[in-house]
Design a protein around this ligand. Structure first.
Ligand code: HEC
Length: 448
């Protein structure tokens, strides 16, 4: 049984009534063990809800310290102003002020949003992102949507009215948590990327897909409900397929809507800032959204553990899972090269930082895998840096052991010695607190 049909069997286990009592128990025991084994083999992190509105985290009561609040202050003081355009409202001006590149544009036509009735395959929602801001823009919709990354709170959600105003105001909107804080965001307020087949109107077929897409998701399961531009050779995916007929044709004529560079055949692209829904941008956001949720999950779990026990010893498995994701173990392998359809790839790569040999975690591979040096660039993010000291030193201890080769556990065996060395060298050059930690721990090891 492959992973997908097996997970489906796991889901269906509770609805199996036709069996006799004994065989039902045997089947359930088998499924339970099987589900357990498949979950642990493909561990993406815990997903049960964290109590984020209790006193320790106090999510809703805490004013965010993020890019949107910083821009609001500038708007209030007159240091920044927004330009309203007939076609796009504040979209272009907001992206500029929030330093989010237009080249990151991706288009999703499945009806998933607070403004779902505005989204159709003819009027898809554009999503843009940077390291700490995600933006949603639907042509003609009354609101623009924003999800930021607050270093302590995780995902924080805002909307702004798309009409010409004297004083444009972001409104924090915790209604968004209905979808943005669930098992699909690892039980914390966070970010979502999914893949479902839709009908001709963009209505999602919930039985058809993957509710949590990240860098481990096979390409064949990705991008249901999304437009995709860029080249990917003979690799199949579900992007650009709208309605059952398109999916059926895909069976006989693989990639009949693959390797697309022009979306004009699907809808009027002039209502959007760009005519692209870039494949590389999609793959980066898929890595990033889950990484952000993981960082938030660790922030919450460790803050609560420290308050309760004054230590984080119970979080060892979480740290292992976190590091596995950070270091791209179990990443899906490409079978053909993938190329960007916009200048997104160049933009992303240019962001650095680079080490003394010019290497950076943002260099793309795109022949067999996403990044040339498999370590998430979000290790430089304010959210990673805001993790409590105790959990950060637990992460650094294990990371140093993995990179130095001292850790020989099966979890990291896929990392080749030269990869470990390159990642260690880049980190030592570009991440000062890790370099400090490494120096200290090595000198202790030598003097022991
Ligand atoms: C009905 C469920 C639902 C609600 C409510 C909802 N969203 Fe989302 N949102 C989604 C889904 C699902 C995605 C991912 C797109 C996809 O894969 O279809 C998403 C993606 C996003 C993204 C881009 C990626 C990310 O997660 O950061 C932003 C930004 C966003 N939503 C903002 C908001 C804001 C702001 C609100 C509240 C005003 C909101 N959303 C309410 C379902 C919802």
């Amino acid at each position: 049984m492959n992973q997908n049909s097996f997970s489906k069997a796991c889901r269906d286990a509770g609805t199996e009534f036709a069996l006799s009592r004994m065989s039902r128990i045997a089947v359930l025991a088998f499924l339970f063990l099987g589900c357990w084994a498949s979950v642990s083999a493909d561990f993406q992190g815990s997903t049960h809800m964290m109590p984020f509105d209790e006193d320790t985290i106090a999510y809703s009561k805490t004013v965010a310290n993020d890019a949107v609040m910083a821009l609001q202050k500038k708007l209030d003081s007159g240091e920044a102003t927004l330009k309203f355009e007939e076609d796009f409202g504040y979209a272009r001006s907001l992206l500029k002020e929030l330093k989010v590149s237009e080249s990151s544009q991706m288009l999703v036509f499945s009806k998933t949003s607070l403004q779902r009735e505005r989204i159709t395959p003819q009027n898809p929602r554009a999503v843009f992102f940077s390291d700490d801001v995600y933006v949603g823009f639907i042509p003609g919709a009354p609101l623009m949507e924003f999800a930021t990354v607050d270093p302590k709170l995780g995902g924080v959600f805002y909307s702004i009215e798309q009409k010409k105003m004297e004083r444009p105001r972001f409104v924090r909107n915790d209604q968004c948590l209905e979808c943005h804080a669930s098992a699909k965001t690892m039980g914390v307020p966070g970010h979502l990327v999914r893949s479902f087949a839709t009908d001709e109107a963009g209505i999602v077929d919930l039985a058809s897909g993957t509710s949590l897409v990240n860098h481990r998701t096979p390409l064949a399961d990705r991008w249901g409900g999304w437009y995709v531009t860029g080249k990917h050779g003979d690799q199949l995916h579900r992007g650009n397929l709208i309605g059952a007929a398109a999916f059926e044709r895909q069976l006989k004529e693989p990639n009949h809507l693959g390797n697309v560079t022009d979306l004009g055949r699907f809808f009027d692209v002039s209502r959007h800032l760009r005519n692209q829904s870039d494949i590389v941008a999609l793959m980066i956001i898929e890595h990033q959204a889950h990484m952000h949720n993981f960082i938030t999950r660790l922030q919450y779990e460790s803050t609560i553990a420290i308050q309760q026990y004054s230590h984080v010893n119970y979080l060892k498995n979480t740290v292992t899972a976190f590091l596995k994701y950070l270091l791209f173990t179990d990443e899906v392998q490409f079978t053909s090269p993938i190329t960007s359809s916009s200048e997104f790839a160049t933009h992303f790569t240019s962001l650095g930082p680079r080490d003394s040999k010019g290497r950076s975690f943002r260099e793309l591979d795109m022949r067999t895998r996403l990044l040339k040096y498999p370590c998430s660039y979000l290790i430089y993010s304010a959210a990673f840096d805001a993790l409590p000291k105790l959990i950060k030193s637990t992460i650094y201890t294990r990371l140093a052991d993995v990179l130095s080769g001292k850790d020989t556990s099966a979890d990291f065996q896929g990392l080749k010695p030269e990869t470990r060395l390159a990642v260690a060298e880049i980190l030592l050059d570009t991440k000062p607190d890790f370099a400090e930690f490494w120096k200290r721990s090595r000198s202790v090891a030598v003097s022991e």
